[in-house]
Design a protein around this ligand. Structure first.
Ligand code: GUN
Length: 282
């Protein structure tokens, strides 16, 4: 058996097409969704990410601004910029690209973003809303994973989902989203004693560690659905995930590839969140 691929590029295209249609409808009502992306410093990966975010706005008909600052920008100045964007009616989403330089308290900056414009879903108000099932923005990467599961018509009710990784950006919100869909959820992490014993019980596995080969074929129950959030480089410098793709593909029923899996979904869900923020304001 070879697993069916869940194609993040194809699903992204479809969702971005739907976003584009809704942007047209919103513009007809006099509102153009607007995203502000703030980049501090010259982290090369961040430069690529923010470029892709701005391009996705252009492609879907949204307004975007990219504010770039040198790494010596003070925390106070950044907080002032966030406040100005909070008060800018043309901006419906604010994204401060992480990581920030060490002299800036990233959490303090995130908490300065108005929750109504927190399209990254990193504010504690957004985290609290997710935890309690209230309306709020969901972090884009786990939200994208949920869309991928929905795209194969997978019902999580009563299933055992194992999330590997407990970051605030992926692992923890992922677990809450799976729980909200009535899965039984286990969160595994670096302190987990017998990871294989856990993953072998799983109907769904989400790997979000940031390390190659965290999940190998012998750790996967036949027919399980495997979502790979990892973005790593192998010895040849090729992009790879956390999952031993070739091995696990032979055991799983569905699997997301890297690249072309979860990656494109993250920016797509940022577009969805920004659009929904604008729709709420209209
Ligand atoms: N850095 C890496 N991923 C992200 C993300 O999704 N949002 C922000 N703001 N920074 C990031």
């Amino acid at each position: 058996m070879s697993a069916q691929l869940i194609d993040g590029n194809a699903l992204s295209r479809q969702l971005r097409h739907e976003v584009t249609e809704r942007v047209i409808a919103l513009k007809a009502r006099g509102v153009t969704p607007g995203l502000a992306v703030v980049l501090v410093g010259d982290n090369p990966a961040s430069q690529v990410y923010v470029r892709n975010k701005v391009k996705a706005c252009e492609d879907t008909g949204m307004h975007s601004i990219l504010e770039r600052y040198t790494a010596d920008l003070s925390e106070a100045e950044l907080l002032k910029r966030v406040e100005a964007l909070n008060n800018d009616p043309a901006i419906h989403g604010i994204l401060v690209q992480l990581p920030l330089p060490a002299h800036i308290d990233a959490q303090k900056v995130i908490e300065a973003i108005a929750p109504s414009k927190d399209v990254d879903g990193f504010h504690i108000a957004s985290a609290g809303a997710l935890m309690t099932g209230m309306p709020g923005f969901w972090p884009c990467t786990p939200y994208g994973c949920m869309k991928m599961l929905a795209s194969i018509g997978y019902s999580l009710k009563g299933k055992h989902a194992v999330v590997i990784g407990r970051s605030n950006i992926v692992g923890k919100p992922m677990a809450l989203m799976l729980l909200q869909q009535n899965a039984t959820v286990t969160i595994c992490h670096s302190g987990t004693k017998d990871l294989k014993a856990m993953t072998l019980q799983a109907d769904v596995i989400v790997a979000a560690v940031g390390k190659r080969n965290v999940l190998t074929a012998d750790m996967v129950k036949p027919g399980a659905v495997v979502i790979d959030v990892g973005m790593n480089r192998n010895d040849e410098g090729k992009l790879c995930g956390d999952v031993d793709f070739e091995g696990v593909k032979a055991v799983a029923s569905h699997i997301t590839p890297v690249p072309g899996g979860v990656g494109p979904m993250t920016i797509t869900m940022l577009m969805v969140n920004t659009l929904e923020s604008a729709e709420r304001s209209a």
